[in-house]
Design a protein around this ligand. Structure first.
Ligand code: UD1
Ligand code: UDP
Length: 381
């Protein structure tokens, strides 16, 4: 990576999962990486703590983005990124996933004619109600280097007419993130004790999607199923700030009394708890991938998923309501037999080398000799 000048690869991110999934790539890029954090996530629990825990270099922070409506998040970040890139033009821009921060980064690269690399390209839920589906389709259209995590993701891109020579199947960088940050057995034991839980004896749940939080009926249904499960075994619920706000607004805080509610957890802490959970219940994208590395069963509470690779064996997809409780109990009843089976299955999301492959692709895209042949696009004044 030493051929690339310092700060020549702009890594634009803004949320917790992007911090997790871009850490190893940033480390491999070394001084060439220039992290620009849009500030979409801004609480210490959702951002600052992750920067420190993951050992990321200090980012350039944008302002006026966090807590704003989607269009404002994208437009405020885009305007500031354009200003930054006009002063200090990167040789390539990297974005990951499907957040508003990622779309802003992609648009900013495109506007300045800077080659764009999309990590986790080609995911599709085909669910137009999700802002993420629109974000990822748009980013893939703009990207020059499409890093598909799986062959299925590559096929989605090909089916949309994207040229094969822009696409590489790299694996998902989350695999190396889990391997690097899962605490050792003794540290994991120490994480469980303060919560009064024992290995294989609790459920770990996360909920933050608008489809589960912004609709009070769906939120009530999810909480009702989790509280019913809590009659059988402890349910640990690290609360995303969006979910906390919606629970308070809907007057549902009482439902939290029987759950082991925590603030958002640090990454190693969360992985440690996930590793020993009898079951996870979640609407998270990253958790769908991580459970396949950890070999733990998952119930996904969503209308759709863009990660079908995890379904059937590792996870099952349900809507909020009694279906959730039934699927959870079915998986819990299969107990150790199911967990042993999952522990033996390889993750469909890669071999732990995705970040290395992406770093190599970036080295080729942004190498001095390659710069003149970068895709020619009109450059704004
Ligand atoms: C965003 C992403 C989603 C991703 C999730 C990861 C989009 C469209 N959505 O959803 O794909 O799965 O991040 O967690 O980009 N809030 C705080 N403090 C914070 C962050 C958020 O209080 O540090 C609250 C604010 O009220 C904010 C709300 O949560 O308005 C939602 O945050 P936002 O970043 O817009 O969406 P997420 O639900 O976090
Ligand atoms: N995560 C965490 N602490 C928590 C909950 C989740 O570190 O309390 C991690 C989780 O392991 C995964 C990432 O955050 O790597 C997922 O973030 P989130 O579910 O918010 O977003 P998504 O993956 O759905 O976009």
């Amino acid at each position: 990576m030493s051929v690339l000048p310092p700060r020549s690869i702009a890594v634009v991110l803004g949320t917790r999962p992007e911090l997790v999934k871009l850490t190893e790539l940033t480390r491999l890029l070394g001084p060439a990486a220039w992290i620009v954090h849009t500030g979409q996530h801004y609480d210490e629990d959702m951002s600052g703590r992750f920067l420190a825990e993951l050992g990321l270099p200090r980012p350039t922070f944008l302002t006026g983005v966090g807590g704003q409506p989607r269009a404002v998040q994208i437009s405020a970040a885009l305007a500031q990124l354009d200003e930054l890139f006009s002063r200090e033009r990167p040789r390539a821009v990297v974005v990951q996933g499907d957040t508003n921060a990622a779309l802003a980064g992609a648009l900013a690269a495109n506007a300045r004619g800077v080659p764009l690399c999309h990590v986790e390209a080609g995911l599709r839920s085909h669910d137009r109600a999700m802002p993420e589906e629109h974000n990822r389709v748009l980013i893939d259209r703009l990207a020059d280097v499409l890093c598909a995590a799986t062959p299925e993701n590559r096929d989605n891109l090909l089916a949309e007419g994207l040229p094969a020579d822009r696409i590489r199947v790299t694996g998902n960088t989350v695999v190396e993130a889990v391997r690097a940050h899962l605490p050792g057995a003794r540290d994991r034991e120490a994480l469980l004790a303060p919560l009064g839980i024992r290995p294989d004896g609790y459920v770990l749940a996360t909920v933050h999607r608008p489809e589960n939080t912004d609709d009070p009926a769906a939120l009530r249904a999810v909480l009702a199923e989790l509280t019913a499960l809590a009659r059988t075994l402890p349910v640990v619920l690290p609360l995303h700030p969006r979910t906390r706000a919606r629970i308070e607004a809907a007057g549902l805080t009482e439902a939290l009394d029987v759950l082991r509610v925590t603030a958002p957890l640090g990454y190693a802490e969360f992985l440690g708890l996930a590793r020993h959970a009898a079951l996870l219940v979640s609407d998270s994208g990253g958790v769908q991938e991580e459970t396949t590395v950890l070999g733990r069963p998952l119930v996904v509470v969503r209308n759709s998923t863009e990660r079908p690779e995890a379904m059937a064996e590792f996870a099952t997809l349900v809507r909020p309501g009694p279906e959730l409780g039934a699927a959870a109990r079915e998986r819990l009843d299969r107990g150790a037999a199911l967990r042993d089976r999952l522990a033996d299955l390889p993750s469909p999301f890669g071999d732990g080398m995705a970040s290395r492959r992406i770093a190599d692709l970036l080295a080729r895209t942004a190498a001095p000799a390659a710069a003149p042949s970068a895709p020619a696009r009109p450059v704004a004044a």
